[in-house]
Write a protein that binds this ligand. Structure first.
Ligand code: NAD
Ligand code: MLT
Length: 310
């Protein structure tokens, strides 16, 4: 029987599917050194974002045929090294779309109404209503960077909330944007116009630090920025300074340049920043979807059937 290693926490339904065709080791707490030591035994590897499948891991993987990423981003896998060795990399492009979009909207609302700080304050025994005056999103402009699966769902919800939508995505048509109620603009115009900016692009050389000292200077002082996409899209030191100096009104960040987030100036800020530990895909529904999606692809490949690659 083939062997599959599951090295991040995934839904049990995924383990059940894999167990139909393979001996499954469920070891979500493996250290990088332990992964390196164990990987030669396995035909399949299933991960989320925690496991880093480096060239070294792939080099050590003598019999590995498939790596399944239970989620969208495959940036924690050295795809080139895997491809050179003929190892298939698969993902779940749609399983967590709604979860990530809803998390972005939740962060936008939480920022606007100081929900996180107000909750901490009341639990500490205070009743400070006048300290938590918020702003409405109705009739405000949201700038969506990346109008793919998640960005499109954010647009649908934003429209229902009565927001104006501008979007920047060089790879989609104006007609597609129009169908979503969004007006396509260039990035600088989006930065100028938006009251909220939400990022839904992959991290690439083009998108790395797309929010930086210079582009922060193009924004309204009242802007609130949400990043539920990838760490590294925002220059964290630059956004920290802008928040600290009151040059922008707020930011809600779910993803970070280095994860888990360690020592960071961002932690020292107050209500102007909300930080969540990469929770965009963390709903019961999304975790079931991605586990089924990816486990089925691994199962099929181990049975000798074709699978789509990431
Ligand atoms: P997608 O591929 O459907 O959409 C990405 C969009 O970005 C595409 O429309 C593409 O044309 C656009 N794009 C690419 N380069 C661009 C550029 N330079 N400028 C503007 N637009 C550009 O992907 P998706 O499923 O919507 O996911 C978006 C991001 O969210 C990914 O980085 C994904 O890894 C991340 N994500 C995070 C979480 C989380 O837990 N926080 C959960 C799911 C997905
Ligand atoms: C993704 O790219 O799907 C996200 O990082 C979600 C995750 O797996 O945590």
């Amino acid at each position: 029987m083939p062997k599959v290693l599951v090295s991040d926490a995934i839904d049990q339904v995924g383990v059940d599917i894999l167990s139909q065709v393979a001996q499954v080791s469920y070891e979500p707490e493996l250290s990088p050194a332990q992964l390196l030591e164990k990987i030669p035994e396995y035909d399949g590897l299933m991960i989320r974002s925690g496991t880093k499948v480096t060239a070294e891991v792939i080099q050590a993987a003598g019999r590995l045929r498939i790596i399944g990423r239970a989620g969208v981003g495959v940036d924690n896998v050295d795809i080139q090294a895997a491809t050179r060795k003929g190892i298939l990399v698969v993902n779940s492009p749609e399983g967590n779309t709604i979860a990530a979009a809803e998390h972005a909207i939740a962060l936008m609302m939480a920022l606007s109404r100081h929900i996180s700080e107000a909750n901490v304050s009341l639990k500490a025994g205070k009743w400070k209503r006048s300290q938590f005056i918020g702003v409405e999103v109705y009739k405000k402009t949201i700038g969506i960077v990346g109008l793919g699966r998640i960005g499109s769902h954010v647009a649908r919800v934003a429209r229902a909330l009565g927001m104006q939508i501008v979007a920047y995505d060089p790879y989609i048509s104006a007609e597609r944007a129009q169908q979503l109620g969004a007006r396509l603009v260039d990035l600088e115009q989006l930065f100028h116009e938006a009251d909220y900016i939400t990022l839904h692009v992959p991290r690439t050389p083009e998108t790395t630090h797309l929010i930086n000292e210079r582009t922060l200077g193009l924004m309204k002082p009242s802007v609130r920025i949400i990043n539920c996409a990838r760490g590294g899209l925002i220059d964290e030191q630059a956004i920290y300074s802008a928040l600290k100096e009151g040059r922008i009104a707020g930011a809600a960040l779910d993803v970070f340049e280095n994860e888990p987030l360690g020592e960071s100036d961002l932690r020292s800020l107050g209500r102007e920043v909300i930080l969540t530990p990469h929770l965009g895909a963390s709903t019961e529904e999304a975790q079931t979807n991605v586990a089924i999606d990816v486990a089925e692809q691994i199962r099929d490949v181990l049975l000798g059937l074709p699978a789509r690659s990431a």
